[in-house]
Design a protein around this ligand. Structure first.
Ligand code: NAD
Length: 248
């Protein structure tokens, strides 16, 4: 297991840690004993992450849709903290539109932010993880990647793509002690779902066996498990956390 420079703790990187699911994951990993490097899209977001993590982590500004930004971030964070034991690719966005109306940039933004970012971030941490022959990469997908959703062809394609990516990467790097898994949340009570109309929310609740939206902490617990020693023989797997909305 890697040791942080000067701090005898394990290192985890969580993208999109300023709020919602990412913040819950960062806080849970801190509770598990990790030093967490969390990323946000703005300087103020990075400062807010540093403030809530205190001595147990640090916030950095990062646009996961930008290749050069990822390269700089991995170098800066690596120089400061060392090789991450865990990478959680959580950052994600939606740009909903019916396919007939979907603009090229709505497609491109979603693929760049939700999928190409996972390729770039995973590749960027891989050399270090291979050297220490240990790593846990956990990607936050979505139930929509399995079920599809009208108005979300771009998002569903990106989220389903993450699953194939994780399975393929898992086969490439398993012999080096690195696992790659996916967590697929259902509908979780965050800023991303706050804008749904009451009508859509009511229809959604009817399709969820547990009859409620999930809480960010409930996704964080699944990530915590996959990052733990208890999950040492699980790789290429997708853990569905959706209250029984979708049962593969
Ligand atoms: P959120 O909008 O509250 O948070 C998204 C996070 O990603 C924010 O911290 C944001 O700053 C960050 N982000 C956005 N664009 C970025 C970029 N270009 N570079 C770096 N960071 C960026 O949403 P959330 O609900 O917490 O979603 C977190 C993840 O969970 C996303 O990948 C989302 O697709 C997925 N998810 C959410 C739900 C849900 O119901 N909320 C369901 C399934 C999957």
């Amino acid at each position: 297991m890697d040791t942080l420079k000067g701090i005898n703790k394990k290192l985890a990187i969580v993208t999109g840690a300023s709020r919602g699911i990412g913040r819950a994951i960062a806080e849970k990993l801190v509770a598990d004993g990790f030093f967490v490097v969390g990323t946000a899209t703005s300087d103020s977001g990075a400062e807010a992450i540093s403030a809530y993590l205190g001595a147990n982590g640090k916030g950095y500004k990062l646009n996961v849709a930008d290749a050069a930004d990822i390269e700089n971030f991995i170098k800066t964070a690596g120089d400061a903290h060392g090789t991450p034991a865990v990478l959680v690719n959580n950052a994600g966005i939606t740009r909903d539109n019916l396919l007939m109306r979907m603009k090229e940039e709505e497609w491109d933004d979603i693929i760049a932010t939700n999928l190409t970012s996972v390729f770039r971030m995973s590749k960027a941490v891989l050399r270090g993880m291979m050297k220490v022959r240990y790593g846990r990469i956990i990607n936050i997908s979505s139930v929509v990647g399995s079920t599809g959703n009208a108005g979300q062809t771009n998002y569903a394609a990106a989220k389903a793509g993450m699953v194939g990516f994780a399975k393929s990467m898992a086969k490439e790097v398993g012999s080096r002690g690195i696992t790659v898994n996916t967590v697929a949340p259902g509908f979780i009570d965050t800023d991303m779902t706050k804008e749904l109309s009451e009508e859509i929310k009511t229809a959604l609740l009817g399709s969820i066996a547990l009859g409620r939206l999930g809480r960010p902490e409930e996704i964080a617990h699944a990530v915590s498990f996959l990052a733990s020693e208890q999950a040492s023989y699980i790789t290429g797997e997708t853990l569905h956390v959706n209250g029984g909305m979708y049962m593969p």
